[in-house]
Design a protein around this ligand. Structure first.
Ligand code: NAP
Length: 258
């Protein structure tokens, strides 16, 4: 415990799922947290909870990650000493719909590409120069098994996660001479709000995604992220792919009759 005492950890997507689980996993390690998402009231509540439990210091940033101007202004509003971020966890992301490409919605494609690819780039662009200056830091991107192999009707979401995979690999090369770590944590099925959002609030359809399978929990994924973040200084975990035991790759799942 306290392995990350006073380290500044920026978590995008902290209002739900894996990002929120990271906040709960990093707080007891003594980290100071920057919690970011659009739903500010959830972040406020999370910050109060972590303060009570672990005396965690936290800053809250509410922005739409699709909007570079909002990110820039939000980041600029941080107290100067909070801008030297030690670990950036890029968890904000989403899927919208599952359709064949010829029937797909360009509006949904825009949201996925603008959030998962451009949003991740925008935020990293703001944080990274401070890490480069200090020649120290760690970027941890939430990829997916969908960034390694595609599944039916997953076309554009999979494309965004292939892009995240490429960005992680490229960043690792760009930053090689700066002692900055880059890790990609790539889960299979995790039960969060992800499927409810993918299916536009259809909770029943979302539940069916996990029918007959024990999915990963957001805590399982946060545990893998914490592992990446707590290795010795000279060790970089490039990639962790984790799936439920009933899943191999994106597309092979064994379901028990329920
Ligand atoms: P989640 O519970 O739906 O959480 C998604 C988070 O992203 C929320 O905090 C949400 O916050 C934030 N977000 C979405 N759009 C945003 C925007 N425009 N601006 C700012 N923040 C935004 O889903 P999750 O499962 O934790 O997903 C986290 C990451 O894991 C994503 O990158 C996802 O692709 C990846 N992943 C998930 C799974 C899975 O099966 N769940 C598997 C592999 C990879 P607000 O809505 O409050 O803004």
């Amino acid at each position: 415990m306290n392995r990350l005492k006073n380290k500044i950890v920026f978590i995008s997507g902290a209002s739900s799922g894996i990002g929120m689980a990271c906040a709960h996993a990093f707080a007891p390690e003594g980290a100071k947290l920057i919690l970011a998402a659009r739903r500010k009231e959830r972040l406020d509540q999370l910050a109060v909870e972590l303060k009570e439990k672990f005396n965690t210091e936290a800053e809250i940033l509410s922005f739409d990650i699709q909007n570079y101007k909002e990110i820039k202004e939000s980041f600029a509003s941080l107290p100067e000493e909070w801008k030297d971020i030690d670990i950036l966890i890029n968890s904000a992301g989403l899927a919208k719909g599952m359709q064949k490409l010829n029937e797909g919605s360009p509006e949904d494609w825009d949201v996925m590409i603008d959030t998962n690819v451009k949003g991740l780039l925008y935020l990293t662009r703001e944080v990274l120069p401070y890490m480069v200056k200090r020649e120290s830091g760690h970027i941890i991107n939430l990829g997916s098994t969908a960034g390694h192999d595609v599944y039916p009707l997953g076309n554009v979401y999979c494309a965004t996660k292939f892009a995240v995979n490429a960005i992680s690999q490229s960043l690792r090369i760009d930053l090689l001479d700066k002692s900055i770590k880059v890790s990609s944590v790539d889960p299979g099925m995790v039960e969060t709000e992800f499927s409810v959002i993918r299916f536009f609030g259809d909770v029943e359809r979302a539940k069916n995604v996990y029918k007959g399978v024990e999915p990963l929990t957001p805590q399982d994924v946060a545990d893998a992220i914490l592992y990446c973040a707590t290795r010795p200084k000279h060790v970089n975990i490039n990639e962790i792919i984790l799936t439920p035991i009933a899943q191999a790759q994106s597309n092979f799942v064994v379901r028990k009759a329920t």
